[in-house]
Write a protein that binds this ligand. Structure first.
Ligand code: SOE
Length: 392
């Protein structure tokens, strides 16, 4: 194993106390990132101290604290926010907790990292964006949304290529996020299938990622013109065989529109029922001078077609592992590939750097709000369809 690239400037690292709400899948990914970030990136000015983890079940939270390396346990998020050793609150909890925790934490002058989508409703997202700008003006507290796929080196490189005009005028954007864990009607009912707890289903959970990526890659807003939502399995068994619960969110979402500046056509598909697809996020942009394709299951690569570069002969595979590529200088020699967990480490690095430097981390809560506007438009266009696509 090669050590971190010594060309990175070292900075004195001051401690920052992290308090995290949630300890399931995302809690694990975030814990790993908080532990790793200051070791991987010598230029990060703040060194996370994993002060306290919070969950409602005391025994399960204590077990998670031990396993994931947190110093203390809280069972009430209000107590977590009040702790003097917590300066940054990481919200890795279900969607219905995002708004109350984020608004309270910002009100207490704490920095916030909130998992995506920002909120369950547009009203909540608006209140959160306002709380973030008020808190910044009052206390300097910073807030960021966890759209971690911005931090894939290949995605960041794709953004640079688009901004440089490498693929010319944008004409099409095509984005899909396909999973299959709800293809089986016997897959158990969880909070992710409840509108009250999660806001929406595949739309918010997966669709929000591709909406954010489209905004990030193009720098444009998305104007939704049509949408369809579907719930294939409306009743699911509770885990442990205690009856069934009613699914109140979409299994799948399909929507289309245009990009606000270029007028490029944009299509999006998010589903948990694409049998055989595990975590298949693909985004493709076609322009007048070339095309770019990114696929999460091959996250170290970018396919580039550059017509000014003899690209008419076909796509070129760019292996995004060179030290000059985004984030790579902290890691291994060329060709020594990165994985999904690195996106969370890069996210932590960017947030901590922004906090220390006094700059606005991105995606901000305003970015989260813009993504939420798109989700709300999709819900409006797709409402009650089940089968029919309505147009604007
Ligand atoms: C859902 O299965 C999920 O865990 C999302 O919630 C994450 O945001 C995505 O990165 C992976 O899939």
């Amino acid at each position: 194993m090669s050590p971190r690239n010594d060309a990175l400037p070292e900075r004195a690292q001051r401690p920052i106390g992290i308090g995290m709400v949630g300890y399931a899948f995302m809690g694990r990914a975030h814990s790993h990132a908080w532990h790793t970030v200051s070791r991987a990136f010598g230029d990060v000015p703040l060194k996370p101290r994993l002060a306290a983890i919070c969950g409602r079940d005391p025994a399960a939270t204590a077990e998670a604290a031990g396993r994931l390396g947190w110093a203390a346990v809280e069972t009430d998020w209000r107590a977590l926010i009040e702790r003097d050793d917590v300066q940054l609150v990481d919200i890795s909890a279900p969607g219905d907790l995002h708004a109350p925790i984020a608004i309270a934490a910002l009100g207490a002058g704490k920095h916030v990292l909130c998992e995506k989508p920002l909120a369950n409703t547009l009203d909540e997202a608006e209140a959160m964006a306002k709380a973030a700008s008020d808190a910044y003006a009052r206390t300097g507290a910073r807030a960021m949304v966890g759209f971690n796929y911005r931090r894939v080196p290949a995605v960041a490189l794709a953004r640079k290529y688009v901004a440089e005009g490498r693929i010319g005028t944008l004409r099409h954007l095509r984005a899909v996020y396909l999973q299959d864990w709800l293809a089986d009607p016997k897959a158990p009912m969880t909070w992710r299938m409840s509108a009250e707890r999660a806001g929406s289903g595949a739309l918010g959970d997966l669709g929000s990622h591709i909406v954010d990526l489209a905004r990030y890659l193009t720098g444009e807003e998305i104007v939704v013109t049509s949408a369809a939502l579907e719930t294939f399995t409306r009743e699911r068994p509770y885990p442990g065989g205690s009856g069934t619960g009613t699914v109140t969110v979409d299994d799948s979402a399909l929507f289309a529109g245009r990009l606000s500046e270029s007028g490029a056509l944009a299509s999006f598909e998010a589903t948990r029922c694409a049998t055989g697809h595990k975590n298949d996020l693909t985004i493709e942009i076609n322009g007048s001078a070339g095309s770019l394709v990114f696929n999460l299951e091959r996250l170290n690569e970018l396919a580039l077609l550059d017509l000014t570069d003899g690209g008419a002969c076909g796509f070129r595979r760019v292996l995004v592992t060179e030290p000059e590529h985004p984030y790579i200088s902290a890691w291994w020699p060329p060709g020594h590939v990165l994985g999904w967990e690195h996106t969370f480490i890069h996210q932590a690095r960017d947030l901590l750097t922004a906090i220390a430097d006094g700059t606005q981390p991105e995606p901000s809560f305003s970015d989260g709000l813009e993504a939420q506007r798109v989700l709300a438009a999709v819900q409006e266009h797709g409402a009650g369809t089940g089968a029919t696509i309505r147009s604007a």
